[in-house]
Design a protein around this ligand. Structure first.
Ligand code: PMP
Ligand code: GLU
Length: 401
């Protein structure tokens, strides 16, 4: 079959592939502890789901304006305004089919052949693929090994004459690292001085453990925001991954370009899903309550998982995540012939213990694996216990909560 150059090099999403494999193994009766999930194991808040159902029942099932229904764009802008204290313009909001499409829209619109895009490692698996789809080149930026974050010095070391963009992700997937406001400000100043666009993916922004939310690029001084695009959505904060609603927020001029692109690709997000997202953004107190309850559970799991990892996998190393629901664990001290590399390691683990993790290779660092704590706590601890037992021969039952 002839495959076009557009997609010849494209790899399927490694994160989604592990999730699909777990489903398949479970369906065939295998005992799988799935610690690979990239979505909250919580239900969409009932009132938001009901708004989606009501939309269908009331016949709100036709095309919407390409950048989203006006009330949703206005609610998102109002939400951004409330949370950052800045005035925002609904015309800057483009609602898409998930944050993933928002990232695609932005990259495809801003970057092209001859452009370099800086992507800090570890990165969310789709960034380099999306940059390639735009026929631009990904230039990887090494992060600090202790924090898994990049700073201006690291960006300086990677910048080229052709650098046109930088993709930031805070809180990070897979690192869980959260950039402080001062760190963001320094990076934004660095980028502004060089005319470099910054796409800040803040899809996990409200899933932060040390504060109500992570600092956002929109908190920075307005003078630094001319070439900044924020991406966010309902998938993670509101446990609405399957509804497929995300958005970008940028200057209205760029938003018009993004809209033009989207008009030829998906025509926009599904109308009932937009109605559900609208309910969530409009009823901030209710959604906030659901979110805080979810974050409390995630925080407890993170603490217990981190303790269990320290106890049962003493040769593994990880920065404690302050956001999102992943721990990026360095496991190369456990590599041996036959399992030297994150893919081999994860295959070995899955085969011998039924524990599913995502190989760090999917995120640009083969020394690591990603453990998701979007799973019941008992499964997380059992997964770590089995892993410790396999790798270390550490006695069962040592993982305490
Ligand atoms: N960005 C990051 C960092 C993610 O982890 C995800 C997860 N899928 C997305 C974007 C895409 O989210 P959505 O479900 O809204 O497309
Ligand atoms: N973002 C999630 C993850 O990293 C979901 C899968 C995906 O969209 O890549 O696992």
């Amino acid at each position: 079959m002839h495959i076009s150059d557009n997609v010849r090099e494209l790899q399927p999403s490694a994160t989604l592939a592990v999730t699909a494999l777990c489903r398949q193994l479970r369906a065939s009766g295998k005992d799988v502890l799935d610690l690979s999930a990239g979505e909250p194991d919580f239900r969409t808040p009932e009132f938001a789901a009901q708004a989606g159902i009501a939309a269908i029942e009331q016949g709100f099932t036709q095309y919407t304006p390409v950048p989203g229904v006006q009330s949703l764009r206005a609610s998102i802008a109002a939400h951004l305004s409330r949370s950052t204290g800045k005035s925002t313009d609904p015309a800057g909001v483009v609602v898409s089919n998930g944050a993933k499409q928002a990232v695609f829209n932005v990259c495809f619109t801003l970057f092209g052949p001859g452009d370099d895009v800086l992507v800090p490692v570890p990165y969310w698996t789709s960034y380099p693929e999306i940059v390639s789809l735009a026929r631009a080149r990904t230039v990887l930026v090494q992060s600090n090994t202790d924090t898994l974050k990049v700073d201006v010095a690291a960006l300086d070391a990677a910048v080229t004459d052709n650098t046109r963009g930088l993709i930031l992700n805070t809180p990070g997937n897979p690192s869980g690292a959260v950039y402080e406001q001062a760190e963001l400000d320094a990076i934004l100043l660095w980028a502004a001085e060089r005319g470099i666009w910054v796409l800040s993916d803040e899809i996990y922004g409200r899933m932060c453990y040390s504060a109500e939310r992570a600092p956002s690029v929109l908190d920075a001084d307005a003078s630094l925001l001319e070439r900044v695009v924020l991406v966010d959505g309902v998938s993670k904060s509101f446990a609405m991954t399957g509804w497929r609603v995300g958005f970008s927020y940028s200057s209205p001029a760029l938003a018009a370009q993004l809209t033009s692109l989207q008009s030829h690709i998906t025509s926009g997000a599904s109308s009932p899903a937009q109605a559900a997202a609208l309910a969530a953004y409009q009823d901030e107190p209710r959604v906030h309550e659901a979110l805080r309850a979810m974050v409390r559970v995630f925080r407890r799991r993170r603490d217990h998982a981190a303790n269990a990892l320290r106890e049962l996998l003493p040769k593994a190393d990880f920065p404690e995540p302050d956001g999102a629901f992943y721990i990026f664990v360095r496991v190369d001290d456990y590599y041996q012939p036959g399992r030297a590399g994150s893919i081999e390691f994860c295959n070995y683990l899955l085969e011998h213990t039924g524990v599913a993790l995502v190989p760090g290779a999917a995120f640009g660092d083969d020394r690591y694996v990603r453990l998701s704590f979007a799973a019941p706590e008992a499964e997380i601890l059992e997964g770590i216990r089995r892993t410790g037992e396999l790798l270390h021969g550490i006695a069962a039952g040592a993982a305490s909560t």
